[in-house]
Design a protein around this ligand. Structure first.
Ligand SMILES: C[C@](O)(CO)[C@H](O)COP(=O)(O)OP(=O)(O)OC[C@H]1O[C@@H](n2ccc(N)nc2=O)[C@H](O)[C@@H]1O
Ligand SMILES: Nc1ncnc2c1ncn2[C@@H]1O[C@H](COP(=O)(O)OP(=O)(O)OP(=O)(O)O)[C@@H](O)[C@H]1O
Length: 301
């Protein structure tokens, strides 16, 4: 019997451009993604009973077949005719519906974990091809590190990750649906787009000043105008010495980049008084591929 413990890390978008809308409703994007060390804990317990169960103390996510982690396990079972079950325990630390790929990263961990538990021997590409059937952010979460994402987010080019950079991540208590944000985006009204070429060079050099000054997310045109909290957090981040600040993904989470831990901590002390879901974290630069997920025998959580 093998039980597996994984860290399902969140992502932020250091840039997000939308190029056009496809006939199927999805949008072609060009974005720079970076994993951060804010993570949910996923524990997979092998079951002989042919049933998937979600166990969680988090009241904001479903425990039935609509949970994205459940969908990932179901897809693995169907694709490889597995007649075993699994208990998926999720300790949620990543804010839900936040623009941090909280759900996608859970699905990614399930795909990576079950590949090992059921000894499927799937390559990274095979796992990413499964992941895109679940959601646009899932392939990136399977791969980890940092990447340029194109297509609908599934065409990934690994890039140099930022190392030990401090991010303050803050989610206001509003809920935003990714589908709504994309559907409300007016492509003709986008005035400013990210210069991804410049940003990619800056990523290579880990030049966080250039990154901070040139970050751009076109989805802000939808969300920032609607919710004052987003503007407010961005303003506060700069007031508290962030090198730059931007909304992640479809929002509403805003992050700031800090020169060092001391400045990040001082900003954290101030901002966490106003917004409870505020986290001071570093960029994560390992590849999920390289990480040893722990295997353990004890079923106690
Ligand atoms: C905003 C980002 O998080 C940035 O990384 C992603 O683009 C969204 O990724 P995600 O949440 O995994 O997206 P999905 O769960 O696949 O899609 C949710 C909805 O967002 C819209 N969607 C998503 C991705 C994309 N490239 N174009 C879209 O138009 C679609 O309406 C879709 O029904
Ligand atoms: N395992 C899960 N973790 C988080 N949310 C889940 C999960 N399963 C289903 N959901 C549902 O999915 C919705 C979106 O949550 P999620 O945290 O993935 O959004 P997000 O942070 O905006 O992700 P993204 O950045 O990929 O768009 C929520 O309404 C939530 O209830």
């Amino acid at each position: 019997m093998k039980n597996i413990h994984l860290k399902a890390r969140a992502k932020i978008n250091l840039s997000l451009d939308v190029l056009n809308k496809r006939p199927d409703g999805y949008h072609e994007v060009e974005m720079i993604m970076q994993q951060i060390n804010l993570y949910d804990e996923i524990r997979l317990f092998e079951r002989d009973v042919n049933e998937i169960r979600i166990l969680t103390g988090c009241k904001f996510i479903p425990t039935n077949a609509t949970n994205i982690a459940y969908k990932a396990a179901e897809l693995m079972k169907e694709s490889y005719s597995i007649d075993k079950g699994v208990d998926i325990y999720i300790k949620k630390n990543i804010p839900v519906a936040a623009g941090l790929a909280g759900g996608s990263t859970n699905a990614a961990s399930v795909i990576n974990g079950l590949n090992r538990m059921w000894r499927l021997g799937l390559s990274l590409k095979e796992r990413m091809d499964l992941g895109i059937k679940i959601g646009a952010d899932v392939p990136f979460c399977i791969m980890g590190g940092a990447a340029l994402a194109e297509g609908i987010g599934e065409r990934l080019t690994p890039i140099n990750s930022l190392k030990n950079v401090w991010f303050l991540v803050s989610k206001p208590s509003i809920s935003v649906s990714t589908a709504d944000v994309y559907s409300q985006l007016e492509l003709t009204k986008i005035m400013e787009r990210p210069d991804n070429k410049l940003l990619l060079t800056a990523m290579e050099k880990e030049d966080i000043v250039t990154i901070s000054k040139n970050m751009k997310n076109v989805l802000e045109t939808v969300t920032e105008t609607k919710y004052n909290d987003i503007k407010n957090i961005k303003r506060k981040m700069i007031e508290y010495n962030a090198l730059g600040s931007m909304m992640s993904g479809s929002g509403p989470t805003v992050f700031g980049i800090f020169k060092n831990h001391k400045r990040g901590k001082a900003a954290y002390n101030n901002l966490s008084k106003l917004y409870k879901q505020t986290f001071l974290v570093q960029s994560y630069y390992g590849r999920n591929e390289d990480e040893q997920s722990t295997e353990f025998k004890d079923r106690k959580l």
